[in-house]
Ligand binder design. Structure first.
Ligand SMILES: Nc1ncnc2c1ncn2[C@@H]1O[C@H](COP(=O)(O)OP(=O)(O)OP(=O)(O)O)[C@@H](O)[C@H]1O
Ligand SMILES: [Mg+2]
Length: 398
């Protein structure tokens, strides 16, 4: 049903009336078809389910909603509709003497409420316009806020990248080539010494270790600075875990670590940069290995799941990347190592934070991993387990 009046909005206004009482339906319809009304299109339906279907198929600006329908009663009707279509203005049409219920609906997402039999065509049309303006402002405000938050996050990241990136490109080229020459020369000399004296060998070995350490820092810096290039393909995460594990296998057996695998074999393939995600997994596995110098156990788990309403497994700072109902893959790496002190927990992801500086740690592993996960719109966390040791988790949308 349409009327030809031009609305003062710059597009035709569409209103869905959800009402099962035939008399009430007729009243609202005639009010919205009033020549003074600027509503351009009205549709009427009897049940919540049919309303949800109509809204899914075509865009409406507002819904005039009776709360007591054949398939849904009370404020639950409003909650269900608002949850599925948060951007539509809902005006609740309550029965007489239900003012209190009406007020309650305002706290549950309704833009306004009208009491049947107590409003005129003029009031209904005015309320509708007022609600539409307000809903539009609310939606725009929410969008602007989300954008602001995103920009703020990007700015912090950009600032960090500027510092580390500037450092990286400045020193990397100057230092990397001579370092390779030194490394190659020292390795060659150690091999060539037919009957090496203890001192010479110790000195040369020290030089070799120092060189390796410097080399690691620069490689890490370059990794950190060059994260803009990603090369995605559909991949089986279980294979990626296996590849990471194979690369760490020498250290795993040297440190007498027992690996337990609990893979979900039906894990769907995911669009990822395989090398980057492998890099994240290697770092997490190595962190676990280094946390267990006297041996221990690593449990690797892969599974898919649908996120529930509260998304308890997603760290707070990553919640805006996910929505309830999203299907995700969760990879966990549990260890029986030393776990994290409060101090370490706070700084884990800071570039250059390490407790293993003396043993060659650069402190870039987790910060690089966090960037890689951010590029994949995923999440990464490392926490203590209740039973001792740490658990690292990465979560990716499927
Ligand atoms: N599973 C874990 N158990 C205990 N501590 C951990 C674990 N994972 C990370 N850490 C702590 O977090 C710090 C930072 O980790 P990160 O991977 O960023 O750097 P790193 O391992 O020290 O050095 P790099 O990875 O650059 O060689 C580690 O030095 C360690 O103290
Ligand atoms: Mg590390």
């Amino acid at each position: 049903m349409t009327n030809s009046n031009k609305s003062r909005f710059d597009y035709p206004l569409k209103v869905l009336v959800v009402e099962d009482n035939e008399v009430d339906k007729k009243v609202i319809e005639s009010m919205l078809n009033d020549p003074t009304s600027s509503i351009s299109y009205i549709k009427l339906t009897n049940t919540l389910n049919s309303a949800l279907k109509i809204l899914k198929e075509s865009k409406f600006d507002a819904v005039v909603l009776d709360l007591n329908l054949p398939d849904s009663k009370g404020v639950g009707t409003l909650e269900k509709l608002n949850k599925r279509f948060p951007e539509i203005a809902i005006i609740v049409n309550t029965g007489a003497y239900e003012d209190e219920l009406g007020l309650q609906t305002l706290t549950l997402g309704a833009q306004d409420f009208l009491v049947k039999g107590r409003y005129t065509s003029y009031v209904l049309n005015k309320v509708l316009h007022y609600c539409l303006e307000r809903k539009r402002a609310e939606v725009e405000l929410k969008r602007a806020y989300a954008q602001l938050k995103e920009t703020q996050g990007q700015l912090v990241q950009a600032e960090k990248m500027k510092v580390v990136g500037g450092l990286a490109s400045g020193i990397a080229h100057e230092v990397k080539n001579p370092l390779s020459t030194i490394l190659y020369g020292v390795t060659y000399l150690i091999q060539q010494l037919k009957s090496p004296s203890r001192d010479v060998e110790t000195v040369l070995t020290n030089i070799k270790e120092a060189t390796n350490k410097a080399n690691n820092i620069i490689t890490g810096l370059l990794d950190f600075a060059s994260l803009s290039k990603v090369d995605r393909e559909k991949a089986d995460l279980n294979h990626v875990i296996e590849r990471a594990l194979a690369l760490a296998s020498h250290l795993i057996s040297k440190n007498k670590i027992n690996v337990v695998k609990k893979y979900q074999t039906t894990l769907p393939k995911i669009n990822i940069d395989v090398n980057r995600i492998e890099q994240v997994l290697i770092n997490l596995i190595l962190n676990s290995v280094y946390a267990m110098p006297k041996g221990g156990k690593i449990v690797l788990i892969s599974k898919s799941e649908i996120l529930n309403e509260n998304m308890p497994e997603i760290p707070l700072e990553d919640r805006d990347k996910f929505e309830p109902g999203d299907e995700v893959a969760v990879i966990s790496i549990e260890d029986s190592g030393c776990g994290l002190s409060q101090e370490v927990s706070k700084q884990l992801f800071d570039p250059f934070f390490t407790t293993r500086r003396a043993k060659g740690g650069t402190g870039l592993g987790l910060s690089v991993s966090k960037n890689i996960m951010a590029i994949h719109e995923g999440s990464i966390s490392v926490k203590n387990k209740k039973t001792g040791g740490a658990i690292a988790k990465i979560i990716l949308k499927i």
